[in-house]
Each structure stands twice: as structure tokens, then as C-alpha cells.
Design a binder for this molecule. Sequence first.
Ligand code: SF4
Length: 361
Amino acid sequence: MLTKLIQPPSFLAAALLAWYPRHRRDLPWRHTRDPYAIWLSEVILQQTRVAQGLPYYETFLAAYPTVQDLAAAPETEVLRYWQGLGYYSRARNMHLTAQQVVREYNGLFPGTYAGLLQLRGVGPYTAAAIASFAYDEAVAVLDGNVYRVLARIFGLHADIAAPSSRKEFQALADQHIPATAPADFNQAIMEFGAIQCTPAKPDCLFCPLQSQCWAFQHGQVALLPVKSKAKASRIRYFHYFVLRHGEHTYLRERREKDIWQGLYDFAMTETTVPELPAAELLRHLEALGAQLDLRQVAEPTPAYRHILSHQKLEARFHPLALAQPLPATTLRDLGLRAYSADEIEALPKPKLIANYCSQHL
Ligand code: SF4
């Protein structure tokens, strides 16, 4: 640590620290040293664009100004605020981590990188971000932007999708992070990747690192970083039964270990082909004990499409008016409950369901 303190910044640190003040975006989480607020921003920004994440950050901080507030909130409310961001397990884990901080750490985030790693769901990236931004600890962050910048500047050809590459990139980044300005270095290298050294069209012409950049000097900018293809996504066909009785609609909380755990949707079935044959639909309705009001039977909707990281969803909604409420056994077996429109609005729902509800309920 002492040698780091007296060493001049590396060429990379010097260039990034000069570039950063002139190009940085003014983002609210860059004005705080509060580990809770920094953690919140990092959880929200994982796999989310800054423009999309910003209003969520502000909403969460306004609703839950402290980790104690977040820990004490009902999960349903946390998921409702999260609605539209996707990856709902992140919201559930965030909530559980807040409870852990309150329960096991007296409401105070651990004060070191190693301590932060002990928290549920906090990995090396988030721990490094909090440790450097809140506590000035010299540990380098590694996200997609940083991998790309390092791979190009240093000509690293290791597959960044392979976990085994992390060590090599981490060692390199740690070698360059200056003990005197770790927070700015981490912000700078991520911002440089987001604005200057972008995936598709990096601005090499006006890049301060052009003469030291291996990829530029060797004409390999478009080839780096090396990243193996993610596995192909599978298509799933969902058929939703939007069962309504009077002004109420039946929904249930998704409890199964699948996407959208803890969110609310309708009774449904899944098929391997796009259409649900009429006989199959009738069989399901019979099993539900649903007595239809045949005067009000409507056509199913066209497909609503939704893309997740490894799945493509095609959902069709069957609006079905009931002549009688659903039997109590069906409600119990499927966890269904009748909700008014206002109650449905307050429930956390997958975006696909929220879209349907806003158009049809
Ligand atoms: S020269 Fe181009 S590829 Fe190299 S660091 Fe600069 S922007 Fe990135």
C-alpha cells in the first residue's frame, strides 16, 4: 500500500483522470458517499441503462431514504416500485440484503471491500464500487465497460464471458488504480467505456489513449473484447385466462421457481406451440370450475411479445366473463383472488401483464 501511495499514476490512470472531469455525466449517485445510496444505484444499474435506471433510483431513495426503511417495507411494495425494471430477483435480493444489514450489522454497511463481500448478493463488482466510492478503498471495479477498455488498450484476447478471465483483468485493473484517487479512477474507466470506448463505434479519432491503445495500433478495435456467444434463448408460449366476475378480476402471486417470482399474473397454461386449441382451453376452464357467461365471451388478444435475457415470451390473453364467482377450492388450489381495478394497479406485475391491464382492465 505504501509503494502505491508514492508511485506516480500509470499512463492509464493519468489519461482517464484527465479525461473524466471534462466528460463525466452529472448523475445523482456521484454526489454521495452514503454506502446505502451507492449500493442502491449499483443494484438498479446492473443490466439497466442509466436513463432507465435514474427515475427508479430517485423513487427508491425517496420512498426508502435509509436502509432501515427499505428493510421494513413489505416485499409487495418493493416489487411494485421495481415494476418495469425486469430481473425481479434483484429486487427481492436487494430487499433481503437490506434486512441483513439491519439485522446483522446494526443498519451500517461494512466499511471494507472484504466486509462488503460478506453481504448477501453483493459480488466483487458491487463491493468494489461501494468500497471505492464510499470509503476510498483502492480496489478496481470490473464491469462490461471496464473489460472492453482493458481488452482493447492492452490487447487482451481472453474470453470475457469466461469466469476464468476475471483474475487476469482484475489484476491489471488493480495494478493501475491509484491509491490517491480510487473513486475517480473507477468512475472514469466505466464512464470512458460508456461514452468514448463504446462497443460498436468507439471514438478512436479523438481518444487520448490512441497512441497507447494496442487494438487501435493493430487495427483490432472491432475484434476486442473477445466474448463467446450467450446460449440461444428459448421461446415460451403463455396463455392467460383473464377471469372476471362483475368488476373484479382474478389474479395470483407467482410462487413457482421460475421467472417473475413474487409478481402477480392471471391463471395460465404454457404450450410449446403458439396457439391454444379450443378443446384444450375448455379443458382448463372445466378444471378451474369456471362457469362462463357465454353472452360475453371475447376473442383472445393477439400475441404480446416480451424478451428476457434467455427467453422470448409470447403471451395471449383470453378475456373470460364468469356467470358465477370461481369456487373456493380453485381459489385455494391456485392461490387466485378477486381484485378490483384499483387493487390491481397497486400489485407488482410483470411489464407484460401491466401493459395488458392498462389497455383492457
Ligand atoms: S483508441 Fe479507440 S479502442 Fe482504443 S481506447 Fe481509444 S476509443 Fe478505445
